[in-house]
Design a protein around this ligand. Structure first.
Ligand code: CP3
Length: 354
């Protein structure tokens, strides 16, 4: 195995000393980059990019050619698992993801099987291997999956939703059926992430994008419990190194202590939480990732730099912070502003490290 030339991302996740605060951006390979839009055009569509390991590798590396990022993230989507379960994922221009066959009935759910990553999702496993080879130790590669609850919302609603009416109906009217769905998903996520780790992913992140739509008690019963199951089922060491797990529940700022109890190495924060207060609450149990409001990237570079400075100052001295946006970068952002953001993190953070 090639030696890692820049491991400050992995070190920060394990709260080990670093020279400067590492930084990457959720959705860093995406539509704000003209070179991404050109690759997508060549592939035909978004799923054409995800399904072709060479093209997935190409777009994964694009933001790293432009910016001094400290990690690469596999280019794929969280909805590959439901697609592999036979739901028929497709994207309609401007409308986001859709499923041809959403799960709505007890029979639909009882018929679902745990996905085998090495057959149904082999294109993702191959993409991870290709990206690792092409990265050649430049920076670590992050693998990822959606959380069972977040995947369940898309599977039941048949796409994006504002109020999760059908999913909540099932959760409250047929909790046992919902648990059956979440359990099949949790076992699929474990197999999927372990396959990504074996193929070369050096850290993994779970996107619980819609966990924050749940009530305090429903979050624990229907999302957190499955994040815990996954944390216990994952390979935690590979190639002689710890493989850190990052949990990101958007809107989950009030549950950080509970999330830290799962055994994950790090928690992702959205921008509604003060990172200094979050650090005081979780102590040395976990590292923190985040958490600049992605819309600040619409502001001028001086304002972006000031915000980066304020977040670094709020986190304070020492390791355990991976800088990121509080959610994905949006398609309308000027790539120059993304560059100003990344440079500011490295420039302004050395004073917080010995
Ligand atoms: O971070 C990265 O760079 C890795 C790639 C990545 C994508 N999707 C690429 C993508 C990751 C980690 C995801 C995760 C994902 N996908 C989530 C969880 C993350 C989050 O944002 O909270 C969710 C909810 C999805 C489902 C999904 N995929 C949606 C809602 C959409 C449509 C978004 C839109 O604005 O139209 C996608 C499509 C998608 N996934 C795109 C990209 C780059 C855009 C597709 C395109 O090129 O047209």
């Amino acid at each position: 195995m090639t030696e890692l030339k820049n491991d400050r991302f992995l070190r920060a996740l394990l709260r080990e000393p670093v020279d400067v605060t590492p930084v990457w951006m959720m959705r860093q390979a995406g539509r704000y980059l003209p070179e991404y839009r050109a690759s997508r055009e060549r592939a035909g569509d978004f799923m054409g990019l995800c399904g072709n390991p060479d093209m997935a590798c190409e777009v994964t590396l694009q933001p790293l050619e432009r910016y001094p990022l400290d990690a690469a993230i596999l280019f794929s989507d969280i909805l590959t698992i439901p697609d592999a379960m036979g739901l028929g994922l497709y994207f309609e221009a401007g409308e986001g993801p859709k499923f041809r066959k959403p799960v709505r009935t007890e029979a639909d759910i009882r018929a679902l099987k745990v996905t085998d990553p090495n057959t149904d999702l082999s294109y993702v496993v191959d993409a991870v291997k290709t990206i690792r080879r092409e990265l050649n130790g430049r920076v670590p590669l992050i693998g990822f999956s959606g959380s069972p609850w977040t995947l369940a919302t898309y599977m039941i609603e048949g796409g994006s939703s504002r109020d999760f009416r059908r999913a909540k109906q099932m959760l409250y009217n047929q909790p046992e059926l919902m648990h059956q769905l979440l359990d099949v998903l949790a076992r699929s996520v474990i197999a999927y992430l372990n396959a990504q780790i074996r193929a070369g992913a050096q850290a993994v992140q779970i996107f619980d994008t819609w966990g924050g739509a749940l009530s305090h008690s429903a979050y624990q019963e229907f999302s957190l419990r499955y994040l815990q199951q996954i944390a216990h089922g994952l390979l935690r060491e590979h190639e002689g190194r710890r493989v850190p797990l990052i949990l990101f529940t958007k809107g989950g700022g009030q549950w950080l202590e509970l999330m830290a109890d799962t055994g994950a190495e790090a928690l992702g924060l959205d921008w509604t939480t003060d990172i200094g207060q979050a650090r005081a609450r979780v102590g040395t149990r976990v590292a923190l990732q985040g958490n600049m409001d992605p819309t600040i990237l619409y502001a001028k570079p001086e304002r972006i730099r000031a915000e980066v400075g304020a977040i670094l100052n709020a986190y304070g001295q020492g390791s355990g912070h991976v800088f990121n946006l509080g959610h994905g970068i949006t398609p309308e952002v000027d790539p120059e502003h993304a560059g100003a953001f990344i440079r500011a993190v490295h420039d302004l953070s050395s004073q917080y490290h010995e």
